[in-house]
Design a protein around this ligand. Structure first.
Ligand code: PAF
Length: 324
């Protein structure tokens, strides 16, 4: 049986670990804090989902639990390598140190599946892990972490899976198919893509419009559509990003602008992840989203003035925390 290690016990990691585990997959969940690991170990992982009639249904899953420290300090060798690592930590947590630790956990035919928002993290990972072992997942599944052990599946989405090295390796194709089946058995809709970079950029563009604006204005996603002054800003961010993608030869969905408006409508009452981070005074994923676009633009000597302005505004909000 495939052995799956989920690294990152935030909302998405908990959702994946619990859903796979209750369907009988051999799952290990790695939590960053020893406290969370101890709690999950003793009480189990509580998943609230909806049944076919839309009624809430809660189940307790019991994946094996590891604390990240334990794996980093020699435990990885003791517990042996998984076949697949699902990396569900925030983009900001993808550092060279983490990439080295992950490299220690993988055997040559293991695969690492990255679920991060934004761009840039795969550059860090591929400094330590062979690019052929890295898969990218782009997901719109909704998950909300209520406590260290309780996660709710708040919205059914879809997931795209593809290889970092596009058009590559048959070994990877077989593994992708296995993963697709595994996820589908656990109730997730997964499609394979041999152009995953386009999917990454479609999501990046949506995030780069919604996240900084909702974080600066401190509003839920749907409110963006109700503020006439916000629309030219949204459109400006979108046009600049689309112009950059074109220059880089990255194909975006033809109806991406409509998709973006739909996301605002469908998640109208939700606070974007960046707004949630700002409220909790956590470092945001700004550098992977707006900063990711700006870095790509710099590389080819292009200016993105609206993205540059929202970048400075979000950064200024983060900088207030050191003063206030
Ligand atoms: O990052 C987020 O919050 C989400 O990806 C999205 C789609 C912008 C909506 O909240």
């Amino acid at each position: 049986m495939m052995r799956v290690r989920v690294v990152g016990a935030g909302a998405l990691g908990m959702l994946l670990a619990a859903s796979l585990s209750v369907r009988g997959t051999n799952v290990e969940l790695v939590a960053r804090s020893g406290e969370q690991a101890a709690r999950l170990e003793s009480e189990g992982l509580l998943l609230t989902d909806r049944d076919d009639a839309g009624e809430p249904l809660s189940v307790t899953a019991r994946p094996r639990i590891f604390a990240a420290d334990e794996l980093a300090s020699g435990g990885a060798a003791k517990h042996g390598p998984p076949d697949v690592v699902l990396l569900t930590v925030k983009q900001t947590a993808v550092t060279d140190d983490l990439a080295r630790e992950l490299a220690d956990q993988l055997k040559p035919d293991s695969r690492l599946v990255c679920f991060q928002n934004g761009i840039g993290h795969t550059d860090v990972l591929s400094r330590h892990i062979s690019a052929g072992q890295i898969l990218i997942a782009v997901t719109t599944e909704g998950a909300l972490r209520h406590s260290q052990r309780h996660v709710e599946h708040t919205g059914r989405g879809s997931t795209w899976l593809g290889s970092l090295e596009e058009g590559e390796a048959t070994g990877s194709a077989a593994m992708q198919k296995k993963l697709q089946n595994l996820f589908q058995d656990a109730g997730f809709a997964v499609s394979l893509s041999n152009q995953i970079n386009s999917k990454v950029w479609n999501k990046l563009m949506i995030n780069a419009v919604i996240n900084p604006l909702t974080a600066i204005l401190q509003i839920p996603n749907g409110m963006l559509l109700k503020l006439p002054a916000a629309m030219p800003l949204m459109r400006g961010l979108y046009e600049e990003g689309a112009g950059l993608a074109k220059q880089l030869g990255i194909g975006l969905a033809d109806d991406l602008w409509d998709q973006l408006l739909d996301v605002c409508r469908l998640t109208a009452a939700n606070s974007s992840s960046m707004l949630q981070d700002i409220r909790a005074r956590r470092r945001t994923e700004l550098d992977a989203i707006t900063g990711g676009l700006l870095a790509q633009a710099r590389r080819i000597g292009m200016e993105l003035p609206t993205h540059a302005a929202v970048y400075q505004l979000v950064r200024a909000i983060e900088q207030q925390w050191a003063i206030l």
